[in-house]
Ligand binder design. Structure first.
Ligand code: F6R
Length: 360
């Protein structure tokens, strides 16, 4: 049930601290029982395959696997991968990410990879699903059933599983130990607390949807691990509010999309104060100079530094840059949710969409 909330989507957004807790606890207990553990040390390459929001979780994982586990990762859309006839290296792994475990293109890509003798891993929410049944290693998100068509808690739970796999891979491949150390002993607890703090900003986020009142289009910008979150923010906004939105890598703006910028274009900049912050700020200034209304999502320090450069601020809790995708997802979920509510769309059941896409 919606337990008193207007929409399942809002309920599911708010459930994320518990969903993450359950997912991480579940992984801890399954690894105890698991007879065999995936050995990432023997992989020359990991190919991640998924669709939609699950694909964006895969993009975040690419940044993590490469930087922390020194593993070459490619990420592909299932509908492209399956028809491309890509070469499959002999020590290759394929990782499929799917909430439903039934997405037709992802399942077909899994069957293709199996026929090419790849190690097939999957991250699924539905344990009895076809993708779960046909994979060599299955990792479950324990976010519970997701009713809202737009993926929210499934996405952050996928990130939770992927983060765990990255840590496992880093250990097995003897890589990234300085980052693991920086993250400290309880990065999972830090994430759960920060996600809760981010959710506490719901009222503030609701108050800024006025920036989208007259918008017919919006742009989301991010760099590094927040680039996939910009893509996810744009997807979430378009699917539930029907406002056209595009996510771009902040550095790509000047190669074309900047032509779109004028006073009617809200630009959401996702930029925690990290190694890449200064670079993103210069992109922010470029769009502001062309009249765009800039909504900055950053942490305390980032918002302070940019006081003069943005029209409004969503302040997220500060945490290690590696973990930023967890909290910045919450901000874009809430932003699109409240914008859709304001527009009066059918938030849980957007037009033309189905929860499980079992056709090609
Ligand atoms: C977006 C959304 C979709 C799904 C996509 C993949 O909010 O929900 O983009 O992420 O259809 O679905 P699964 O993860 O079930 O394979």
């Amino acid at each position: 049930t919606k337990s008193g909330y207007d929409h399942y989507m809002f309920k599911e957004i708010l459930e994320q601290p518990e969903a993450l807790t359950r997912t991480w606890e579940g992984l801890a207990s399954t690894s105890l029982n698991q007879v065999e553990e995936m050995d990432f040390a023997k992989l020359d390459r990991l190919q991640i395959i998924a669709c939609g929001t699950s694909y964006y979780a895969g993009l975040v994982a690419k940044y993590w696997f490469e930087r922390m586990a020194n593993l070459i990762v490619e990420v592909d859309l299932a509908s492209e991968f399956r028809y491309r006839e890509p070469p499959m290296p002999s020590n290759g792994g394929c990782l499929f990410i799917s909430q439903s475990g039934e997405t037709a293109d992802t399942l077909a890509a899994l069957r293709f990879a199996k026929s090419k003798h790849q190690y097939c891993l999957s991250v699924v929410n539905a344990p009895q699903s076809s993708i779960a049944r046909e994979s060599d290693f299955v990792y479950r998100t324990l976010c519970g059933p997701e009713i809202g068509v737009a993926s929210t808690k499934a996405f952050t739970s996928q990130l939770a599983v992927l983060f765990d796999l990255v840590k496992q891979a880093a250990k097995q491949r003897n890589a990234g130990q300085h980052i693991i150390q920086e993250l400290g002993d309880t990065p999972e607890m830090d994430v759960i607390n920060a996600v809760q703090q981010a959710l506490n900003k719901a009222n503030k986020i609701e108050s800024i949807v006025r920036f989208f009142d007259d918008a017919t289009s919006a742009i989301f910008l991010g760099r590094g691990q927040c680039y996939p979150i910009a893509l996810e923010g744009a997807l979430k906004l378009k699917e539930i509010s029907y406002i056209h939105a595009e996510g771009y890598a902040a550095g790509e703006l000047k190669h074309g999309p900047i032509a779109l910028i004028d006073e009617n274009m809200p630009v959401v900049v996702i930029a925690p104060y990290d190694r890449l912050f200064e670079k993103t700020v210069s992109n922010l200034q470029e769009v502001r100079a062309r009249g765009a209304k800039v909504i900055l999502i950053s942490d305390k320090l980032g918002c302070e530094i940019c006081k003069e450069y943005a029209d409004c601020f969503i302040e997220m809790p500060t945490l290690h840059e590696t973990l930023a995708p967890f909290v910045y997802s919450i901000a874009v979920q809430l932003l699109s949710y409240f914008t859709a509510v304001q527009r009066g769309t059918d938030v849980d059941q957007p037009r033309n969409l189905a929860k499980s896409v079992t056709v090609e």
